[in-house]
Design a protein around this ligand. Structure first.
Ligand SMILES: Cc1ncc(C[n+]2csc(CCOP(=O)(O)OP(=O)(O)O)c2C)c(N)n1
Ligand SMILES: [Mg+2]
Length: 776
C-alpha cells in the first residue's frame, strides 16, 4: 500500500509541475513482495523502472528517496541511486564507500544501476549470475569474501513483457542456458508495451510458450520455466522460493512468467491508457488489480479484518504523503536558499549600477518564481553579470565570486565522476619502465602478450578472460595459447558468438569484484556491444555518482588488415560514445602489455585495441612483464624533428615513421608522436610543447575524415593553447570516408599510405617555402 500510494501521489506531483516525468510500479506490487522474500543478502538485482515495491520491501528505497529522484534532487544523501542524475524509477544500491573502495557486498542487498533502454539490463544480469559461477568454481578466490560466499548469490532480473522482444533478451537467455548460471528472470507481463498489446510483440503472445524449448529436461540442462499469476500471493511465494532455491543451490537459471499484471495509471505520465485499452480491459484491470486481490485473499482467509486493512492503507497513505513532503522540502529548500542568496547579492549589485531598475526587476521576478529550480537562479545571475559588465565594485565582485563558487558545486552535482575519482584512477598509476637490454630475446609480439597473460593468470586469481575462440586455441592470434590447458576453463574460456552478452558478462562480473578481460574478436564487431558499453559501462560511475564501478577490460584488435569488416578503425564512433572509459591504442604488444598492467592496477573500465598486424612483428621481450606499466594519457615522442609534428597512434605509427624516413631524405624533419591513449588524451600537453618547437601539426589516423583525427585536433587546439604558435593551418590525414576495400590495393587506396603522408607533408612545406619545396 505504501508503494501504491507513492505511485498515486507521484503522478499528481508530475501533473502539478513539480517533476518532469513519472513512471511508476503500481499494478506490480505483489509479485515484487514475493521476489523480495526469496532475495537474500549478497544477491543482486538488475531490472527496470517498475521495481519500486521490491526495493522498498528490502528497505533499500524509502518513499522519501523515491520522491527525491522524482524531483531530481542532486544529492547522494537524499537520492542515493543516482544523485538526481536519472529519471525516476532507476534503482541502484551503493557498492562503494565514499573513497571508491568496495563495501562488503555479501552483507548487502545489491541492485545494479538501472538504465533506460529496454532489455539492456539483461546482458549485465547474465554477468552478475556468471560471477557466482566463477566464485564457486575458482577455489583460489576464497580470499574474496567481500563478494561471494561460495557462489551462492542469485542474480534476479526483471523485464517487461514487451521488452522481451529485444535481441538482447534472447541472447542473454540463451547464454544463461549454456552457462548454467544462477539467474532468475521475472517477466512482468501486463499484456502491453506502452500502447502495443502482446500479440504484436511475441509469437503466440506468450514469452513462456516461446521459450519452452529452453526448458531443461531430465537429460539436458536448460531453464526452469515457471508461470504464475501476478495477483496470487500464495502461488507467487511458492514460485519465488522455489526459483531462488534452484538457482542458489544448483545454479539452474529460471524464468518466471508473471501474468495478469495491470497498470492502474497507465504506462507513464506521458499519456493515458484510456486511449488504447478497451473498456473491457480497463475494467478487468480494476477487478484484477493485485492489491485488490491480495485484500480479498487476506479477508477470505481471515488473516486480518477489513478495518485493520483500512487502517493499514490509511497509515500507508499518510506516510507516503509525509515522506513526499519531506523530499520536497529538502529538494526545494536547498534551491530556495541559493535563490535567496542570489537575490540578495543581485539587489546589492543593482544599487551601484546604472542598470539598477532592470536588475532590481530581475531580482524581484526571480524571488517570485513558483517552485524555482537551479536553472532559474543561474539564468538570472548570468544575465545580470552580462548587464553588469561595465561595473566594477565590491557588490558586483561578491556576486561574481558567489557565482564562481557555485560553479564548482554545480560541477560536482551534474558533471563529476565521469572517470574514477578514487585513488585507483588510471592517472594515479605509477609508471614503471619495461626492462629491456641487448640480451632481451627478439620474439613475435603475440608472445609478449601471451607471457603477460600467463604471469597475470598466475598472480591474480580474480583475473580471467573469455570470448570467441579465447579458450581452447587461445584466441585467433594466440595471445592465450596454452593458457586454458595451464589454468583451466574457468580462467580462460570460450564463449558463443554473442558480442553483446560477452560485454554484459564482463560488466556483471566486474560489478562483483572480478577483473575480467572480455574479448571482442575484431574491432569491427564491437558495434554489437557498443550500445551496452555506452549505455551501461561507460556511464556507470557517472550515473551512480561514484556508487558503483565495473573495471572491465574489453580487449579487441583492429586497424590494418583486410577488407570492410576486418580493418575498420571506427575510432571517432568509439570516442564519442564511450566517454567514461579509457581508450588504449597501443602501437605494439610491449606497450599493450604495459597498458594492461596499468589498467589492472586501476579501477576504471577500458577498451584495448591491439594492432591486428602487430602480433607477428618482432619485439624484444621485457624481463619485468606484469610489473612494468605504461602511463595513461602520456604520448610518446617516437622521433624528434623540427619542421612538422605528426600526431598519430596504433598501426599508423609505423606508417608515419616510414614516411618520416623518406621525408628526411628530402630534408624535411618530422616529429612523430604516438598518443598511446585517446582517452585520457595527452594530460601533460606533450603535443603542445612539440608544436611550440615545430610550429606545424598534422593529426593522422586511419579513421574516416572528421573522426578521431578531428578529436585529436580539437583536444590540442582548444586544450593546449597552441593556436598562436602555428605557422601553418593545422591539418588531418585520414582514410577515405568509405570502409576499406579488400586486399592490398583496396587498403592502399582506402587507408593513408606512406605516399599520402609524404605528399601532404610536402604540400605543407611547399606552402611555407615554395622556392625550397617546388610543387611536385
Ligand atoms: C531500446 C528502447 N526502445 C524504446 C524505449 C521506449 N520505451 C520505454 S518503456 C517501453 C515499453 C516497455 O514495455 P514493457 O517491456 O512491457 O514494460 P512495461 O512498461 O509494460 O512494464 C518503451 C517502448 C526504450 N526505453 N528503450
Ligand atoms: Mg508491459
Amino acid at each position: 500500500m505504501l508503494s501504491r500510494h507513492a505511485s498515486l501521489i507521484g503522478r499528481k506531483e508530475v501533473f502539478m509541475g513539480k517533476a518532469k516525468f513519472g513512471i511508476f510500479g503500481d499494478g506490480k506490487e505483489l509479485a515484487q513482495l514475493a521476489m523480495a522474500r526469496a532475495f537474500q543478502l549478497g544477491d543482486f538485482r538488475a531490472g527496470y523502472y517498475r521495481d519500486q515495491t521490491f526495493m522498498m520491501a528490502l528497505n533499500e528505497l524509502s518513499v522519501q528517496e523515491y520522491f527525491a529522484q522524482l524531483y531530481a534532487h542532486a544529492s547522494v544523501e537524499h537520492e542515493p541511486a543516482s544523485a538526481g542524475r536519472l529519471m525516476n524509477g532507476h534503482f541502484a544500491t551503493r557498492s562503494l564507500n565514499e573513497d571508491g573502495s568496495w563495501k562488503n557486498l555479501t552483507k548487502m542487498n545489491n541492485s545494479a544501476a538501472d538504465i533506460s533502454p529496454t532489455a539492456a539490463q539483461m546482458p549485465k544480469l547474465l554477468g552478475l549470475a556468471y560471477a557466482s559461477k566463477i566464485y564457486r568454481q575458482n577455489k583460489e578466490l576464497k580470499g574474496f569474501s567481500k563478494f561471494s560466499v561460495n557462489g551462492n548469490e542469485v542474480a534476479w532480473g526483471t523485464i517487461g513483457n514487451a521488452s522481451t522482444s529485444e535481441g538482447m533478451f534472447y541472447e542473454s537467455i540463451n547464454a544463461a542456458g549454456v552457462l548454467q548460471v544462477p539467474m532468475v528472470v521475472s517477466v512482468w507481463d501486463d499484456a502491453y508495451g506502452i500502447s502495443v498489446p502482446n500479440e504484436f510483440h511475441t509469437t503466440k503472445g506468450s514469452i513462456s510458450e516461446v521459450l519452452a524449448g529452453f526448458a531443461k529436461t531430465d537429460t539436458a540442462p536448460g531453464f526452469e520455466i515457471l508461470k504464475v499469476k501476478g495477483w496470487d500471493y500464495e502461488a507467487l511465494l511458492e514460485t519465488y522460493l522455489r526459483a531462488g532455491e534452484l538457482a542458489r543451490i544448483s545454479h539452474i537459471p529460471v524464468l518466471i512468467h508473471v501474468e495478469e499484471l495491470t497498470q492502474p495509471q497507465g504506462h507513464s505520465t506521458s499519456g493515458s491508457h484510456e486511449r488504447y485499452k478497451s473498456q473491457e480491459r480497463l475494467s478487468w484491470e480494476k477487478d484484477w488489480d493485485c492489491n485488490t486481490k491480495f485484500r480479498e485473499y487476506i479477508l477470505s482467509n481471515q488473516i486480518a479484518t477489513a478495518d485493520h486493512l483500512d487502517q493499514i492503507e490509511a497509515e500507508a497513505k499518510a506516510q507516503a504523503k509525509k515522506e513526499k513532503e519531506a523530499a520536497w522540502t529538502a529538494f526545494s529548500g536547498e534551491i530556495k536558499k541559493e535563490l535567496a542568496v542570489a537575490v540578495g547579492l543581485l539587489t546589492d549589485a543593482a544599487q551601484h549600477s546604472s542598470r539598477k531598475v532592470i536588475l532590481e526587476q530581475m531580482a524581484q521576478e526571480l524571488s517570485k518564481t513558483i517552485n524555482p529550480i537551479r536553472k532559474d537562479v543561474f539564468t538570472t545571475v548570468r544575465k545580470s553579470l552580462m548587464l553588469l559588465r561595465f561595473d566594477s565594485n565590491e557588490a558586483k565582485s561578491k556576486l561574481k565570486d558567489w557565482y564562481k563558487a557555485q560553479g564548482s558545486l554545480n560541477f560536482d552535482r551534474y558533471s563529476s565522476h565521469l572517470y574514477s575519482q578514487s585513488e585507483w584512477n588510471v592517472l594515479a598509476v605509477e609508471e614503471i619502465k619495461p626492462l629491456i637490454n641487448e640480451k632481451s630475446p627478439l620474439v613475435d609480439g603475440r608472445e609478449i602478450l601471451q607471457a603477460f597473460f600467463d604471469t597475470t593468470l598466475e598472480n591474480n586469481p580474480e583475473f580471467f578472460a573469455f570470448g570467441e575462440d579465447v579458450g581452447k586455441i587461445g584466441d585467433v592470434n594466440q595471445a592465450f595459447a596454452g593458457l586454458q590447458a595451464k589454468y583451466g576453463e574457468v580462467r580462460v574460456q570460450d564463449t558463443g558468438i554473442r558480442e553483446c552478452t560477452i560485454i554484459g558478462q564482463g560488466i556483471g562480473a566486474a560489478l562483483r569484484g572480478l577483473r575480467p578481460v572480455a574479448e571482442i574478436q575484431y574491432l569491427d564487431y564491437l558495434l554489437y556491444g557498443i550500445q551496452l558499453l555506452s549505455d551501461d559501462l561507460a556511464c556507470l560511475q557517472y550515473r551512480t555518482k561514484g556508487g558503483q564501478k565495473a573495471p572491465l577490460i574489453v580487449r579487441t584488435r583492429g586497424h590494418r588488415l583486410e577488407g570492410v569488416w576486418h580493418s575498420g578503425s571506427p575510432m571517432g564512433m568509439i570516442l564519442s560514445s564511450l566517454r567514461g572509459m579509457v581508450i588504449c591504442v597501443p602501437r605494439n604488444m610491449t606497450q599493450a602489455a604495459g597498458m594492461y598492467a596499468t589498467l589492472l592496477k586501476s579501477d576504471e573500465p577500458a577498451l584495448m585495441i591491439e594492432c591486428l598486424n602487430g602480433y607477428r612483428l618482432k619485439e624484444q621481450m621485457p624481463s619485468n612483464l606484469g610489473e612494468f606499466t605504461v602511463p595513461m594519457g602520456k604520448p610518446e615522442i617516437l622521433r624528434s624533428g623540427k619542421d612538422i609534428t605528426i600526431v598519430t597512434y596504433g598501426s599508423m605509427c609505423r606508417v608515419v615513421l616510414d614516411a618520416a624516413i623518406e621525408l628526411a631524405e628530402i630534408e624535411i624533419s618530422i616529429e612523430v608522436i604516438d598518443v598511446q591513449t585517446l582517452l585520457p588524451f595527452d594530460v601533460h600537453g606533450v603535443i603542445g610543447e612539440s608544436i611550440k618547437r615545430t610550429n606545424r601539426v598534422i593529426f593522422a589516423d586511419e579513421d574516416v575524415p572528421g573522426g578521431a583525427s578531428a578529436f585529436m585536433m580539437q583536444q590540442v587546439i582548444e586544450g593546449q593553447d597552441v593556436f598562436r604558435f602555428l605557422d601553418s593551418e593545422p591539418q588531418t590525414i585520414a582514410a577515405k570516408a568509405h570502409r576499406p576495400a579488400y586486399s592490398t590495393d583496396g587498403d592502399y587506396f582506402s587507408k593513408p599510405s606512406i605516399e599520402d603522408i609524404v605528399e601532404q607533408v610536402y604540400a605543407m612545406m611547399h606552402e611555407t617555402d615554395p622556392k625550397k619545396y617546388p610543387a611536385i
